[in-house]
Design a protein around this ligand. Structure first.
Ligand code: HEC
Length: 113
């Protein structure tokens, strides 16, 4: 028992030091595989490039480069946004909260590896 505990402690400490992301990842709701289908069904790729989706849209930002936080993705997909005269539609009427979480989980996980 004691030996096991001693072996685990240093490993956990190192994991926390070198990889703060997993602690963050526990706050992420949604299913990335389901989100990929939502990304395609809603033509996110007509405006955005996202390698994991095979999307090459050039109207707006390249999501691989933008690396938006999970919270930002949820906010922008829910409420839409406008920048430099370009508008992204709000999806809150078209997608459920769960579906927005799924597509955000897909975009977040495929751009934060
Ligand atoms: C009609 C074009 C269009 C469509 C369709 C579209 N977007 Fe956007 N998106 C934009 C514009 C314009 C912006 C704001 C400028 C920017 O940040 O590139 C934006 C910004 C974003 C951002 C970056 C937010 C930030 O500030 O970092 C994310 C993430 C995003 N969109 C995801 C999506 C997802 C997911 C979908 C599909 C559900 C989608 N977009 C559909 C045009 C679009």
């Amino acid at each position: 028992m004691m030996t096991t505990a001693k072996r685990f402690c240093p490993a956990a400490a190192v994991a926390v030091l070198i990889a703060p992301a997993p602690a963050f990842a526990t706050n992420i709701a949604g299913n990335p595989a389901a989100g990929k289908l939502i990304f395609h069904a809603n033509n996110c790729g007509s405006c955005h490039t996202l390698k994991a989706a095979g999307a090459t849209g050039l109207i707006s930002s390249n999501l691989d480069k933008k690396k938006a936080s999970y919270a930002t993705i949820v906010r922008v997909v829910t409420a839409g946004t406008t920048k430099n005269g370009l508008a992204m539609p709000a999806y809150k009427g078209a997608l459920s909260t769960k579906q927005i979480q799924n597509v955000a989980a897909f975009v977040y996980s495929s751009t934060h590896r």
